[in-house]
Design a protein around this ligand. Structure first.
Ligand code: GSH
Length: 203
């Protein structure tokens, strides 16, 4: 088993944090996405989406999509539960992770991909207006997260979950995406300090 990744990229970091929380060790293989290493025929055969991370099992089965990789490890090793407990808990974690991933992480990524000059060769066409529009979506979602975190310690409730991992990685990627930290999100700041202090955040 191995995970193919690019160390500095945000989606692989989601999986590394998830694994660190579960104390699971998996060997990593580094490919440089900025140098075009995901566009080769060899890698395309592993993941036709040409994206990392990819978990490659010993029988050659390739699992891409960060949440699918996390789901695999959650099933293999349920504790500590990072994707909720019971019908209600799992539904709430899924709801929040999808909100954070589709409404927040994707917006940060779009701002980065459509505005950063170093992404011009990978994001074709780069649409600057779309990048700018997504900066506003990032700020909007941060205020939604702030209201949530006013009422609970973690995004999906009482327990740390994959939704916190997705949000942490997205927030930390705001710097590269050149999205400024807005005023008035003190609850997000409190939560960010706490989740950043967990050992897994260094993974
Ligand atoms: N939905 C995928 C997204 C994966 C993704 O976009 N990965 C980025 C790195 S963070 C990538 O491989 N980019 C390569 C490229 O844009 O060519 C997931 O959840 O894993």
């Amino acid at each position: 088993m191995r995970i193919i990744e690019t160390r500095g990229a945000p989606n692989p970091r989601r999986v590394r944090i998830f694994l660190a929380e579960k104390h699971i060790t998996v060997p990593f293989e580094e490919l440089d996405l900025m140098a075009g290493a995901l566009r080769t025929p060899q890698f395309t055969a592993i993941n036709p989406m040409q994206r990392v991370p990819v978990l490659v099992l010993d029988d050659g089965t390739a699992i891409s999509e960060s949440v699918a990789i996390c789901r695999y490890f959650e099933e293999v090793q349920p504790e500590p539960a990072l994707m909720g407990r019971g019908a209600l808990g799992r539904a709430l974690v899924e709801m929040w992770n999808r909100r954070v991933e589709l409404g927040f992480f994707a917006a940060v990524a779009a701002a980065f991909r459509h505005l950063h000059p170093k992404m011009a060769h990978l994001e074709v066409p780069q649409v600057a207006d779309w990048g700018e529009a997504n900066k506003a979506k990032v700020v909007e979602m941060l205020h939604i997260l702030d209201a949530t975190l006013a009422a609970s310690p973690f995004i999906a409730g009482e327990d740390y979950s994959i939704a916190d991992i997705t949000a942490l990685v997205a927030i930390d990627f705001m710097k590269a995406a050149r999205v400024d930290w807005p005023q008035g999100i003190d609850n997000v700041a409190r939560w960010h300090g706490e989740v950043s202090a967990r050992a897994s955040a260094q993974a």
